[in-house]
Design a protein. Structure first.
Length: 338
């Protein structure tokens, strides 16, 4: 089963998962052969990505970036969820559960998977569209799922993390003023607990994602093990995203790593922090960087356990420069392609 763009669909492809409308009504059942008429209708309804069964030849020819494709699918769903909450005060449960099945299966099945800063997004957009909240929720969701995987969570647990992290700020979708912020975990919890079969662990993530293990969080000032591990995952990923993307200042991935490490055993447990550092890849191979002293190069190798100090191939000399050995040098800038 493969997640593909609707522009890649062909007659005869089998729908990999059931397709629902915004109200949660089943439009097409799993396994339905797609016709040109069905494909056109799917496009008109605004769907961008679908799970389909491809034959081996089609699967080999289809470009595949798991995180990017899942993120686009999730963004499409989240926009519909937020609209439903604003307009009706309710959520479409079936599409949400179906989505969580998709992403948890996909993440659990991948043997080697990390997330990069370039996989995250920030789109301020217009306030009424909740574009910034959508971008934040997406980032937190994928960071949380991969952190959970790094902790050894299985598919069912990743499913719970997917729902709790995606909807952790759902309480902010309702009209509110500045004083509302400290109540949004409770409001989101009250909204979601009305849904039949919504996982209790996911509800904990929503209501506890601003709690901290030292007791300084809210809304209940919980301490230590009172804060669920999964809620700590969501809280850490939320703080990381706000630190990296929440202001006008550009921050290096390494600064984000330092920020997360500074939260160890005050806001979040050591195990959660360690798992996040395993899941997040600050300088993946191929990243172009500027080092101390103006040296330019490209990351060619990673040092296990020291993700902020990779091996860089200097330009134009081609010399390998190991930042673990040259400890006075640091990455000072990531150079983005024009």
């Amino acid at each position: 089963m493969r997640l593909v763009s609707v522009d890649e669909l062909e007659e005869g492809d089998l729908l990999g998962r059931g397709l629902y409308d915004e109200g949660g009504r089943l439009m097409l059942r799993q396994g339905v052969p797609l016709t040109s008429r069905l494909i056109e209708g799917i496009k008109k309804r605004g769907h961008q990505y679908l799970f389909v069964q491809l034959n081996e030849k089609r699967a080999a020819a289809s470009g595949f970036d798991l995180i990017s494709n899942l993120r686009l699918l999730t963004k499409d769903l989240l926009g519909r969820v937020f609209r439903s909450v604003r307009q009706n005060g309710s959520l479409p449960l079936e599409p949400l559960m179906d989505w969580a099945d998709h992403v948890s299966y996909s993440i659990a099945e991948e043997k080697e998977i990390t997330i990069r800063l370039s996989d995250l997004e920030r789109d301020p957009g217009r306030d009424e569209d909740h574009s910034e909240l959508i971008a934040h929720s997406l980032n937190v969701c994928f960071l949380s799922m991969l952190t959970a995987k790094a902790l050894g969570y299985k598919e069912k647990q990743i499913h719970e993390v997917a729902l709790g992290s995606l909807l952790h700020d759902i309480g902010l979708v309702l009209p509110h003023d500045g004083t509302f912020f400290f109540q949004h975990p409770l409001i989101g919890h009250d909204l979601l607990r009305k849904l039949p079969d919504f996982p209790s662990e996911s509800l904990k993530m929503v209501v506890q994602h601003h709690e901290q293990v030292d007791g300084t969080g809210f809304p209940y000032a919980l301490r230590g093990p009172q804060v669920s591990e999964a809620a700590q995952i969501v809280g850490l990923c939320s703080e990381f995203d706000y630190f990296m993307n929440g202001g006008l200042k550009f921050r290096l991935p390494g600064e984000g790593i330092d920020f997360v490490m500074s939260k160890t055993d005050t806001a979040f447990g050591y195990g959660v922090v360690r798992a996040f550092l395993k899941a997040f890849q600050p300088y993946p191979v191929g990243t172009k960087v500027r080092l101390t002293g103006g040296l330019l190069g490209t990351v060619v190798e990673l040092n296990r356990g020291h993700s902020c100090r990779p091996v860089v191939q200097l330009q134009p000399s081609g010399t390998s420069f190991d930042l673990m050995k040259h400890t006075t040098f640091m990455i000072e800038e990531v150079i983005h392609a024009d």
